[in-house]
Design a protein around this ligand. Structure first.
Ligand code: SF4
Length: 90
């Protein structure tokens, strides 16, 4: 349904006929770590994530798994090779 709270006009799965069903009745604004992510969007009510209703939860246990601005860093991290395993492969 179309949001009528903080992200007014956006289609949202949490919006129900009785209002927003998310905890607290509305999305929470982005946090500092979200700056640079293309999933952020500015509304009259502030900046919100278009994919997660509470961005702080997405960063609670490390990097947000759907962030668009940390992919390069993630890829570099995955390419790191364990030197012990690498020596065994030779
Ligand atoms: S996708 Fe993750 S990093 Fe991007 S705005 Fe949403 S919560 Fe923040």
């Amino acid at each position: 349904m179309i949001c009528t709270t903080v992200r007014e006009g956006d289609d949202c799965v949490f919006m129900k006929t009785k209002g927003c069903s998310y905890l607290g009745g509305a999305c929470l604004p982005i946090i500092d770590e979200c700056n640079g992510c293309s999933r952020t969007s500015d509304y009259e009510t502030g900046a919100y994530c278009t994919a997660a209703p509470d961005p702080s939860l997405k960063w609670k246990n490390g990097n947000c798994n759907i962030a668009t601005h940390i992919k390069a860093a993630e890829a570099a991290k995955k390419q790191k090779i364990n030197p012990i395993k690498a020596s065994k492969r030779r």
